[in-house]
Write a protein that binds this ligand. Structure first.
Ligand SMILES: [Zn+2]
Ligand SMILES: [Zn+2]
Ligand SMILES: [Zn+2]
Ligand SMILES: [Zn+2]
Length: 797
């Protein structure tokens, strides 16, 4: 998903293999500047490569198709009739994204969607959709229906005067049109609403106070005066071994915020179920991330505002749509299919240069040429580059700082993240070069060059610049853009930060919410990128929209380096797997966990806990070879590793089947199946195996859907024991499990136990997500609710 689709990767790999060896050598050793030039030459002679890319783009169409719109709308109507308003809502949104802006059809989509929103109780959003329908030319003859809905909405919101006004408009409209049969039902509804209105006026409901009373403690936050977005308790250091890194300049307590940074650029990942098969014409009714989150601010979408030009981009508001258009989407809109085909890294690279503006891009690219070699690779040199103040190192001697020695979340800082030009494999560099050049050629062909080059001053956009065309197709300006983009694509391999959200899973009946982290977007965070990796980090990162917050996960004493885990955590992976994964960042991890496991031959906790056990005596099975032996010498049982691995796979499949049963409402059968899986697992898995915990967790989930809270709590507690063993008692994972337990105890009225569990979950989750996070708010609401219960109920428990 980050890289181009497999077919394009395959084509460039074959092209690479067929190249003349001397050209291959030149490409392998080329600077970014020369790589772009050679890439242009190549694509000029290899016409069929570009044609193939165009062909691949047909699999990810992003243009508006009115025939898709009517199909989605019909599907939406069908779900609506079945009372599946959530599904209808999503389908109407998909339909709206395919209709032409300003058409009567799109206004009907919005009107239909407003009906679903009304049923779901989203009154404010419903009113917005009605306004949208009206502004897109909703057919006059259908207006009474929508006006009634509007009145109902206003009534629900307690805006009685406004409701009254609408009803008056409606009455006169109906009088004007004359009574038709279609109006009769509406007249009935109208009189019902008027009765309701009268009742409401007689006894106005007490105004509900805005969600008050729940406030976390104010956070201690003082910004660093040398690093934007960083806490004043950190300082920026630089040495040959660690490069740039952040160090605690005073003692830090767990939960303290250390970095708060808005992404310089972020691009929403399209999600998985994008149809990319050849000849796939059926439209997909499933919702992906691209349907569920705003393409600019990543807020969760309820009623999306579609882009006026494509069917792909969707926003939370007209405001987001307008800003995105102004900043980058006017250039990206018609290239949607190509961007999906070339992958998120290319997309981030393009958006980065669009956000930076051509003036800044060309200034820094030029600076990287005229400076010495060190500017290409600033961290390879430790000596302060005082003469290159604005291109590389500031007066502090740390690369990426501005002339006053301040490190800011800016394009300059981003530009100086390491591209590792020499370490990438030549094939990878070749793939990235051809992709970026193809994208720039497409920009030129689509007449978007002027938009790219004057991105900084939109008022100039209308006057097309005349750019000198060279024989190989790309103007010198676009070659500069391509060079910057190539740098960014290569940087992303080491510096891409995934923005994750906790997404709700499962049947979603609301009683117990199971959430898993999902990768939502790929972004550049220049300040966050200063943190080095450790497999046992002392911080935790969370996201809200496109903003990241790093918090201390444990006490950090003054002078200690502040570290962040790039993904491979010591609790989740063995050292060999971790080192393999980390090789993409071109470094060997020397964190305490890695050193201990590598040097002393200590077995990782992962392999000890996730081991097989002896089928006869339950002792741990040992051995690195194909045959495993019981660690109990008296037992001497042996078994083949393949056989045990096969059993593990069978077990996992059975568990998936049980979950499928739960999904279709067969909870009793799911329980039977899971209990059988547990019996089976006990005969060959260690009792501490993570899968043992997962089965307990699933059982808890099933019992919760049946309302058997005590059973659910019993199983979840066993799951928590195992999670604690693997991830530690104050880990995010344990926090999430405790959150679920709190919900179960809350639902089961186990008041005192619920309160103590809430307390523990709050303690852990506020360290990782801060006192203002959604989870903490939910926990506090539960707490408030429990403490308001009458005393006699409290005493009973
Ligand atoms: Zn938004
Ligand atoms: Zn668009
Ligand atoms: Zn490590
Ligand atoms: Zn044994």
């Amino acid at each position: 998903m980050a890289l181009p689709v497999a077919e394009w990767q395959g084509r460039t790999a074959r092209l690479w293999a067929a190249l003349d060896p001397t050209l291959r050598e030149r490409l392998a050793a080329a600077s970014l500047h020369d790589a772009v030039r050679l890439g242009c030459d190549l694509l000029r002679t290899e016409k069929e490569e570009e044609a193939a890319l165009v062909q691949l783009c047909h699999r990810a169409p992003t243009d508006k198709k009115p025939e898709a719109a009517s199909w989605y709308r019909e599907q939406g109507n069908r779900e609506f009739k079945r009372g599946q308003y959530q599904a209808a809502l999503r389908l109407y949104s998909k339909a709206a994204s395919h209709e032409l802006p300003g058409s009567p059809e799109v206004s009907v989509c919005f009107a239909n969607r407003s009906a679903a929103l009304l049923h779901l109780g989203h009154f404010e959003v419903c009113l917005e959709d009605i306004a949208r329908a009206e502004s897109h030319g909703y057919p006059d003859r259908l207006l009474p229906k929508v006006l009634l809905r509007k009145a109902e909405c206003l009534l629900c919101l307690g805006r009685l005067q406004d409701a009254q006004d609408i009803l008056r408009v409606l009455e006169s409209k109906i009088a004007l049109d004359g009574v038709m049969t279609t109006h009769l039902t509406r007249l009935k509804k109208l009189s019902q609403l008027k009765v309701k209105l009268g009742e409401k006026e007689k006894c106005p409901e007490p105004a509900r106070d805005a969600r008050g009373g729940i406030q976390g403690e104010p956070e201690i936050w003082e910004e660093n005066n040398r690093i934007s977005g960083a806490s004043s308790s950190l300082s920026l250091s630089f040495d040959a071994e660690r490069g740039r890194h952040l160090v605690a300049s005073q003692d830090i307590v767990p939960g303290q915020s250390l970095v708060k940074e808005e992404a310089f650029v972020s691009v929403l990942c399209p999600g998985e179920s994008l149809p990319l098969q050849d000849g796939d014409t059926a439209w997909d009714t499933r919702a992906t991330s691209a349907d569920l989150y705003c393409h600019r601010c990543l807020r969760q979408l309820l009623a999306s505002v579609p882009c006026q030009g494509c069917s792909y981009a969707k926003y939370c508001s007209q405001d987001c749509a307008d800003v995105a258009w102004q900043q980058y989407h006017r250039t990206e809109c018609s290239l949607g299919a190509l961007l999906l085909t070339l992958g998120v890294f290319c997309h981030v690279a393009l958006r980065t240069v669009l956000l930076a503006g051509f003036a800044e891009v060309s200034r820094l690219v030029a600076g990287s040429h005229c400076g010495n070699k060190n500017l290409q690779n600033p961290e390879a040199s430790c000596k302060p580059l005082s003469e290159a103040a604005d291109a590389g190192a500031g007066s502090s001697g740390v690369p990426g700082c501005d002339s006053s020695g301040r490190y800011q979340s800016s394009y300059q800082a981003l530009f100086h993240l390491l591209p590792h030009t020499e370490q990438h494999s030549p094939e990878h560099k070749f793939l990235c070069t051809l992709s970026v050049v193809a994208l720039c050629k497409q920009l030129q062909a689509a007449g978007l060059e002027a938009a790219v080059l004057s991105q900084e001053s939109p008022q100039q956009w209308s006057k097309p610049k005349t750019c000198e065309k060279t024989s190989d197709g790309l103007s010198p300006e676009l070659k500069t853009v391509a060079e910057a983009m190539l740098r960014h694509v290569l940087q992303l391999q080491c510096n891409a930060q995934a923005i994750t959200v906790m997404q709700e899973l499962g049947p979603g009946d609301g009683a117990v919410v199971d959430k898993k982290p999902v990768r939502l977007a790929t972004a550049f965070f220049p300040v966050l990128s200063l943190l080095n990796h450790s497999c046992c980090p002392n911080t935790s990162v969370s996201f809200s929209g496109t903003a990241a917050t790093v918090r201390a996960a444990q006490p950090i004493s003054s002078g200690q380096e502040v570290l962040h885990c790039y993904g491979p955590h010591w609790c989740r992976m063995r050292v060999a797997e971790r080192q393999q994964l980390l090789s993409q960042y071109f470094f060997e991890c020397r964190c305490p966990a890695c050193l201990e496991e590598l040097d002393s031959g200590v077995k990782s906790v992962v392999s000890i806990r996730n081991s097989f056990c002896c089928p006869k005596c339950q002792a741990q099975m040992q051995g690195e070879e194909d045959t495993l032996c019981c660690s109990n010498e008296a037992c001497a049982t042996s078994a083949s590793r393949d056989h045990l691995s096969g059993r593990l796979q069978d077990l996992q499949q059975q568990i998936r089947k049980a979950l499928d049963l739960l999904r279709v409402g067969k909870a009793d059968q799911a329980i039977k199946m899971l209990l059988k899986c547990q019996m089976d697992a006990r005969t060959f898995l260690s009792p501490e195996h993570l899968l043992m915990g997962e089965m307990e967790d699933h059982l808890a989930q099933v019992y919760a859907t049946l309302g058997k809270w005590q059973e659910a709590a019993r199983h979840l507690k066993k799951s928590i024991e195992i999670v604690e063993m693997h991830h530690g008692p104050s880990s995010v994972e344990t926090g999430h499990e405790l959150f679920k337990l709190a919900q179960i105890l809350f639902n089961g009225f186990s008041v005192s136990e619920a309160l103590s569990t809430i307390q523990r979950a709050e303690g852990i989750l506020s360290v990782h997500f801060g006192p203002q996070s959604a989870q903490i708010q939910e926990l506090q609401e539960m707490k408030a609710c429990l403490s308001e219960l009458p005393r006699n109920i409290l005493q009973r428990t």
